[in-house]
Ligand binder design. Structure first.
Ligand code: PMP
Length: 410
C-alpha cells in the first residue's frame, strides 16, 4: 500500500542540527537554527521565566487541566497589549479578536485556514526571500503564493522600488505577509519612512495585511520600537480593512518548545449598520472550530508562563531586561564578527552584518562557501548564507571570522 510513497528531503534547518550532532570534530559552530545562545553557547532560560515558573508552581490552584478552546485569556489579552500598545485605539474600541495558537507557526496556519475558507481565491504575497516555512504553510493549505522583491543582493539593502511596484501590480485585494521586525532571513527591516510608503501602497490597492511578529523586542531590545510597523499599519488601516497578526513568544520569551503564541484579527471601524460584536462572535466561532478540530485546545504550560510574565509588573520589568541582554549580546557579536573580518582584510564590505537587525545576518556568502565552511571548518549555516548570530560567542567569533576569511579568499 505504501510502497510508492515519495521520500521527501529532510527539513534543511533541522537537518543542520543533525549533521552537527554527528560531527566529531572538537571545534564546531552552529549558526543554523534561530535559537538564542548565551556567551557559553548554551540555551538560556530567561530569569523572568524562571521566576514565573516559581510563581505558577506556588499557586495553590496549580494544575494541568485543559485550557478553553480559545486558550488562556490572560495570555491573549496581555499579548495583544504588548504588541498593539497599552493605549491602542483598536483595543479601546474593542475591534480585536485574539486567540491562543500553537506558537507563531500555529498562528500562521490558522490564518491560512481562515483565508482558505473566506478568501481562498486571493494570492498570498511573500517577501523574496522569506522564512522557508511561510511557503510551506500557505501552500499546504492550497493557497497560491507569489513573491515581492525585498533583498537586493547587489547593494545588500532593501529593494524598495521593486517592493512597491509588486504591491502596485498585484491583483487588487491580495494578501501581503509582512515581517513585523527582524526580517528572517535577511535581518533587514524597512526604515520608518519606507514602512509608511509600503503601507500606503498596500492601502491604495485594497490589499490585506498579515503581520508576522516573531521577534518583537529581539531586534532592538525595545518592545515598542519593534512594534512600530504593526502599530503604523493599525493606524493607517483602521478605516479600511482587517489586519491579521501572528505572534510568537518562541524567541522573545525563549519559549521555543513550549509553543506559546497568539493569533489576532483586528477589524476596521464599522459603520453603524453592522454590530462589531456580532462580527467578532462569528470570527471567534470559526477560529474555535479550527482549533477544536486540530488541537482541541492549545498547550497550557508555556501560556501560563508567558501570561505570568506579561501580567506581573516586576516580571515584565525583568523580561525587558532579559530582552536587552539577548539583543545587546547579538549586536556585540555582529560588531566583533565584522571587526575581525576587517582586521583580516577579508575581501568585500562587511558593514551589512552590523547594519542588520535581529537574530540573523544574510552574510552574502555563496552556497559553495557555506558548504566549505561546514566541510573544512565545522561552521554550520544555511545554504542561503543566513547565519544565526546568536550562535556566535566570545570563544568562537574569531575562529568563525578566520574560517570565513579562508573560504572567501581561496
Ligand atoms: N515567523 C518567522 C519569520 C520566524 O522566523 C519564525 C521562527 N523561526 C516563526 C514565524 C514561528 O516560529 P514558532 O512557530 O517557533 O513560533
Amino acid at each position: 500500500l505504501f510502497n510508492d510513497i515519495d521520500l521527501l528531503p529532510p527539513d534543511s534547518l533541522f537537518n543542520i542540527k543533525q549533521r552537527l550532532s554527528q560531527d566529531s570534530r572538537p571545534v564546531k559552530v552552529d549558526l543554523g537554527i534561530g535559537a538564542y545562545r548565551d556567551d557559553n553557547g548554551k540555551p538560556w532560560v530567561l530569569p523572568s521565566v524562571r521566576e514565573a515558573e516559581k510563581v505558577i508552581q506556588k499557586d495553590p490552584s496549580y494544575n494541568h487541566e485543559y485550557l478553553g478552546i480559545g486558550g488562556l485569556t490572560s495570555l491573549t489579552q496581555g499579548a495583544a497589549k504588548v504588541l498593539l500598545g497599552d493605549d491602542n485605539k483598536a483595543l479601546k474600541e474593542k475591534r480585536v479578536v485574539s486567540v491562543q495558537s500553537l506558537s507563531g507557526t500555529g498562528a500562521l496556519h490558522m490564518a491560512a485556514r481562515f483565508f482558505t475558507k473566506f478568501c481562498g481565491d486571493k494570492l498570498v504575497y511573500l517577501s523574496d526571500p522569506t522564512w522557508a516555512n511561510h511557503n510551506a504553510i500557505f501552500e499546504t493549505m492550497g493557497l497560491k503564493t507569489a513573491t515581492y522583491p525585498y533583498w537586493d543582493p547587489a547593494t545588500k539593502s532593501l529593494n524598495l522600488k521593486g517592493y512597491l511596484s509588486a504591491i502596485e501590480s498585484a491583483p487588487k485585494g491580495s494578501i501581503f505577509v509582512l515581517h513585523a521586525c527582524a526580517h528572517n532571513p535577511t535581518g533587514l527591516d524597512p526604515n520608518q519612512e519606507q514602512w509608511a510608503s509600503i503601507l500606503d501602497a498596500i492601502i491604495k490597492k485594497d490589499h490585506i495585511v498579515l503581520f508576522d511578529s516573531a521577534y518583537q523586542g529581539f531586534a532592538s531590545g525595545d518592545l515598542d520600537r519593534d512594534a512600530f510597523a504593526v502599530r503604523l499599519g493599525l493606524e493607517k488601516l483602521a478605516e479600511v480593512s482587517p489586519i491579521f497578526i501572528c505572534q510568537s513568544f518562541a524567541k522573545n520569551v525563549g519559549m521555543y518548545g513550549e509553543r506559546a503564541g497568539c493569533f489576532h484579527i483586528v477589524l476596521p471601524r464599522q459603520d453603524q449598520s453592522v454590530s462589531i460584536e456580532n462580527v467578532k462572535d462569528a470570527i471567534n466561532s470559526q477560529l474555535a472550530k479550527i482549533t477544536r478540530s486540530e488541537l482541541s485546545n492549545p498547550p497550557a504550560y508555556g501560556a501560563k508562563i508567558v501570561s505570568t510574565v506579561l501580567n506581573d509588573e516586576q516580571l515584565t520589568e525583568q523580561w525587558h531586561k532579559d530582552m536587552v541582554t539577548m539583543s545587546s549580546r547579538i549586536i556585540k557579536m555582529r560588531h566583533q564578527l565584522r571587526d575581525n573580518l576587517v582586521k583580516l582584510h577579508t575581501p568585500g564590505n562587511w558593514d551589512h552584518i552590523v547594519g542588520q537587525t535581529g537574530m540573523f545576518s544574510y552574510t552574502g556568502l555563496s552556497p559553495e562557501m557555506v558548504k566549505r565552511l561546514e566541510k573544512e571548518h565545522a561552521v554550520y549555516l544555511v545554504g542561503s548564507g543566513r547565519a544565526s548570530i546568536a550562535g556566535l560567542n566570545s570563544g568562537n567569533v574569531e575562529y568563525v571570522a578566520k574560517a570565513i576569511n579562508e573560504v572567501v579568499n581561496h
